[in-house]
Design a protein around this ligand. Sequence first.
Ligand code: RIB
Ligand code: CA
Length: 306
Amino acid sequence: MNHLVIDTDPGVDDAHAILMALASPEAEVVALTTVAGNVNLDLATRNAHIIVGVAQKEVPIYRGCEDALVVPTARRAISHGTDGLGEIDFAGSIPAASTEHAALALIRLASEAPGELTLVALGPLTNVALATRLDPQLPQKYRRLIIMGGAVYAQGNSWERTSEFNFYCDPEAAAIVFSRWPQLTLIPWETALRHALTADQVEALLQIPSPRAEFFRQTIRNRMARNPSGQKTLTEPDPLAMAVALDPQIVTRAEHLHVEIELAGNFTRGQCVVDWSGLMQRPANTQIILEVDQKRFFNLMQQALR
Ligand code: RIB
Ligand code: CA
């Protein structure tokens, strides 16, 4: 059984990733921890509750950091709608989040089950970095850390053009995590682009007759309507990272290299700096996922929505 803790800023693709985890018969979602990223912390936490409700599950949810560790995030995502879930129709009530801070929950959960939990980080790394500072032994307490983030070829998707959005939001947090965790798995933005769901795959998901698929339809309808030139493909970075967590054999190409995060660049703050040639002779700290089996990824998306 794969015991997962998911740190998240839902977020449309976060929602799909969380549904994927909750639908997996081989995984247990131990907790969700929320962080400001795509939307503010209140909305991220509200959305986490909505997603768990759509899946008809009960999962503890812990509120985390409401902004970056050092420099407040200048601008938030625009592609997730004002509610962070693509302007879904939701009129239900939201239970109160747990009072324990996400960073403290990340430490407690790992301390209670040392070596058993996989931490999947789908948003800015603020909570993970804070927890790592509070408990320097944290990396030794988690079985694995899997991160959606970074642009390993500097093809960014944020207002810092060489930086991926999660690392753009909190570069200092990313720098702390990459300097303190001896090993982590990274699913970068360019890999998500390479594995966008095809128009046929998206259409097949839209045809699934289930409440989860209806929720999926609602979360992507505005984004699909705004797609340039009417293309019907769908880039799903967080579900791709979750697929790697759920099915590690899905990976078909990866590189184990040294990675660190730029903090001072005039044009490159938050950039993921990869030592591709090994010139620095620093220990490889990151398994960079470059390709996966697309069919197995799509199968996990189908399972998430059935
Ligand atoms: O760059 C993609 C990442 O930024 C995803 O986690 C998406 O949810 C946004 O947070
Ligand atoms: Ca996210």
